[in-house]
Design a protein around this ligand. Structure first.
Ligand code: CS2
Length: 496
């Protein structure tokens, strides 16, 4: 017997408690092209857009997979429909999202993608390609002209493989078609994400065709955004749970916490969906929201991921429930991060931090420490290192920050406390392995090798003796005493 599958034709058979699109998906146009069809987009922007389509059907999404056809292949037989399983501590609810109206795979459908980007109805191109997807130097935010994908695309700009190459080729097609202005909405956790992507696109376009760079300057805006929702990678047990809740199979559900936030700089080149009607905040200045979120949420997330993994925890909620790790994270937020922040209008930073610690403890969300630990070289600068810079400039202590950074180095050096290899997933993993090999188990050589990575630490921190000393000491302690004892001593010693 073949399994019944979620699709436009089975939509009406779903149980009444499953929320469904309140509009005819057949009448939805494509107004948005989204690059990076991952779980985060499908649980965030696609959900907030879905909520608007009943009143304004122009804003369906064409979702583009850049690296793997997998998600599109799962969604095509489902007419783009999928479920979002929202998990709080004591309940799971399911809703069907219908905003994804077309799925494209770059490897096979480049021409269709370029045609979409050149269509006048498309007014927005948004992105979730993760930090490393921008092929930039994380310490400076500038395009890395030596990145293999960028080298490839500069040779053959008409057949690009990198996000930046694809985006710029699309903007070039748009200019050629005379389709008018467009807005690029970056939804990744980069600092000043709109400005950063604007600079990266400009550098690339200048190298390909300076007249295109000029056109982009006059016709394209890059609003900054702050995005927030915890979305663990979908597992087989999530797929089984979706089938149970829906009564039909869904090959591509996503799982998310109830919390969702999107703050967008009101800086659009043309038309835009009224995302504020779905709960997004359109503001003049995103910077205070974004810095708050990157430093408080993502900074402590990474801290829990590295130290938690080393302490033997598979999941963020387990690491958050550990008394010493939870004390460390709370002190990190209150004593070292919050003093560097200007509160956005109407926000109490201490309450914001406490709410986040509560979100991390949600045991219904199996968010792996290993998942958050990925790509640390691309994440540390905006999550922890900018905070360090401001603390040092203000003469404040960096004890908790240094331990978090040492946790990353200990993790990225590639073996756990039982001597087993750690599969470190990071664009710089080959460099990490070379540092670890050359150090031959000597902790201070390991610390030095990592702290010399200027593409992570920048020239300033890499050469700052006080910073190097603090981190090096903690790396030494982690290797000598192990993470458990290091944490116990740290928490006892830095009692507030
Ligand atoms: C996490 C983020 O994987 C990670 O690095 O810190 O994906 C985090 O869950 C989101 O930014 C929450 O909004």
């Amino acid at each position: 017997m073949s399994e019944r599958r979620l699709s436009a034709s089975t939509l009406r058979d779903l149980p009444p408690q499953v929320a469904k699109p309140g509009y005819d998906i057949g009448k939805v146009g494509i107004g948005i092209v989204h690059l990076g069809l991952g779980a985060f987009h499908r649980a965030h922007q696609a959900v907030l857009t879905d909520a608007l389509l009943a009143s304004d059907p122009r804003w369906g999404i064409c979702g583009v997979s850049l690296k793997s056809p997998r998600t599109g292949t799962a969604l095509k037989p489902q007419d783009g429909l999928y479920s979002v399983l929202e998990k709080s501590v004591d309940a799971t609810t399911a809703r069907i999202v219908g905003s994804l109206r077309e799925m494209l795979f770059l490897g096979e459908e480049r021409e269709r993608l370029l045609a979409r980007l050149a269509a006048p109805a498309v007014q927005i191109v948004s992105l979730t390609v993760t930090e490393k997807g921008y092929c930039h130097d994380p310490a400076t935010g500038r395009l890395n002209f030596k990145h293999p994908e960028i080298l490839h695309d500069l040779e053959t700009p008409q057949a690009p493989v990198s996000t930046i190459g694809v985006l710029t080729a699309g903007l070039s097609a748009r200019r050629a078609a005379g389709a008018g202005p467009i807005t690029v909405v970056c939804c990744d956790n980069l600092p000043h994400n709109g400005r950063t992507v604007e600079g990266i696109v400009d550098a690339y376009a200048q190298a390909v065709d300076p007249s295109l760079a000029e056109w982009v300057g006059a016709n394209v805006t890059f609003p900054c955004t702050m995005v927030d929702r915890i979305v663990p990678a979908t597992t087989d047990s999530d797929i089984a749970e979706a089938a149970r809740l829906l009564g039909v199979a869904d090959a591509a559900p996503v799982v998310a916490e109830p919390f969702i936030q999107w703050v967008i700089e009101d800086r659009f080149a043309g038309a835009r969906p009224r995302w504020e009607d779905a709960g997004a905040e359109l503001v003049a200045d995103v910077a205070p929201f974004e810095t708050m979120k990157l430093r408080i949420l993502n900074g402590s997330h990474s801290t829990l991921a590295y130290l938690g993994f080393l302490a033997g925890y598979d999941f963020i909620w387990q690491a958050s429930a550990d008394p010493e790790l939870s004390t460390l994270v709370e002190r990190l937020m209150i004593e070292e991060v919050i003093p560097t922040l200007a509160a956005p209008p109407g926000v109490d930073l201490a309450a914001y931090g406490a709410q986040i610690r509560g979100r991390f403890r949600n045991p219904a969300l199996p968010h792996r420490t290993k998942q958050v630990a990925m790509d640390g070289s691309q994440k540390l600068p905006q999550r922890l290192l900018d905070t360090v810079r401001e603390r040092l400039a203000a003469g404040g202590s960096i004890a908790h920050l240094a331990l978090a950074i040492a946790g990353w180095i200990r993790y990225a050096s590639g073996t756990d406390e039982a001597g087993q290899p750690i599969a470190v997933s990071d664009p710089l993993s080959a460099k990490f392995a070379a540092v670890a090999r050359a150090a031959q188990g000597n902790a201070s050589h390991i610390a030095d090798g990592f702290l010399d990575l200027v593409q992570v630490f920048g020239d300033d921190l890499s050469r700052n003796p006080a910073f190097r000393r603090a981190v090096s000491r903690d790396v030494g302690t982690l290797f000598r005493d192990g993470v458990r004892r290091t944490l116990a001593v740290h928490v006892a010693h830095h009692r507030s």
